[in-house]
Design a binder for this molecule. Sequence first.
Ligand code: PLP
Length: 462
Amino acid sequence: MQQTRARAASQTKFLLEESQLPRRWYNIRSDMPTAPLPVLHPGTGQPVGPDDLAPLFPMELIGQEVSEEAEIAIPEEVLEIYRLWRPTPLYRASRLEAAIGTRSRIFYKYEGVSPPGSHKPNTAVAQAFYNRQEGRTRLSTETGAGQWGSALAFACKLLGLECKVYMVRVSYEQKPFRRSLIEAWAAEVVSSPSEDTQCGRAIREEHPDSPGSLGIAISEAVEDAAGRDDTAYSLGSVLNHVLLHQTVIGQEALAQMELAGAFPDVVIGCVGGGSNFAGLAFPFMREKIAGREIDVLACEPTACPTLTRGLFAYDFGDTSKLTPLVPMHTLGHDFVPAPIHAGGLRYHGVAPLISQLVRDGLIRAEAYLQNDVFASAVLFAGSEGILPAPEAAHAIHGTLQVAKAADEAGEERTILFNLSGHGHFDMAAYDNYFAGKLEDVALDEDEMSRALHAIEGLPSPA
Ligand SMILES: Cc1ncc(COP(=O)(O)O)c(C=O)c1O
């Protein structure tokens, strides 16, 4: 044991063999102390059934959405594609520890080694696979930062499907090279709100300068899929099956922490819709629910403080009210977050599974200003070398807060965070930060109350 610890202390990367890739996804629904509330049909107020969802999703994914099985087998063809980049490395951030002079040990799981550069293909490949298996030939989707759109384009290209991406306008303009990457994988990409859908045209008419939002882009992608038999809709976060597919991250991390001779006291991730956070945290939550003490921290932007200031309520997943009603922390479906650079965190809601665990006190959340987050990103790049995606930098900032608090209390923690993606396509954001042009945005009370009016009259959760 002592030898393992000594080796772990001097080792930087903890790597698994391809043969150690998890062969099953972990379904936290089987272990949750409080079962999540059902998703409701907005017309009837009753729980939605498989038939309601069939126009948008393949049956296998609808089954996974409501499954109570603890583990679900990963199809061999999906595993084969995962092997292009998985298992991903887990690092000991010794240089970061030295840079901040902490007594705590910091580890991070790095998902930026995938071809599109983030955790998103873990579910994109699975979703494209099941859609193809059930005869769909085309997928439509939204993208915030462009990470999800490029991940789905990549998955569709490898599995032989067409793909159309509605890209939130600010990101479309801020990240032209994410667009090119989507096109390199042969998908079609348009700026959202677009002229291609009824809801896009309506929003453009009312708000010609709309920066777009994930809520708007989801409306467009859902409308696209609902209008064509050959097309299914694919969502990059929020839904139970998406979080399920991401659990390969945490399962690998459990094995890698064991290689490092350590176990985390604190597990941290950034939260947009919640998929990378859940991917890392849920396999550790399984241990927490079984009695192990772990502090699980979700990090979000102050400009879109869904978990820290949103209401737990039934709300639509999109702006134009095309989706079912989802029980989640929300800022209201017509809330358009300020155009901060962590585009992937600009979503009015969050995954119902995470919302329920926050309600049950098993997960806590903090919100940060973007200049503070970028300062932490640059500190990280200067010590560990990797330039993080602005979304992932929220988890870095959260980690630094936890380490600092522990040092001030004279304590020592083992911290594990998810570095969900690299920031190589986010250089305009870094340029703005270096030029002192990033605005710090904290959502003001008036705008929050205005946006929350949108959920008045919708069913209330029990
Ligand atoms: C690198 C990265 N991290 C995190 C997120 C946030 O999404 P989620 O909360 O689903 O992980 C995104 C979304 O685009 C992203 O690109």
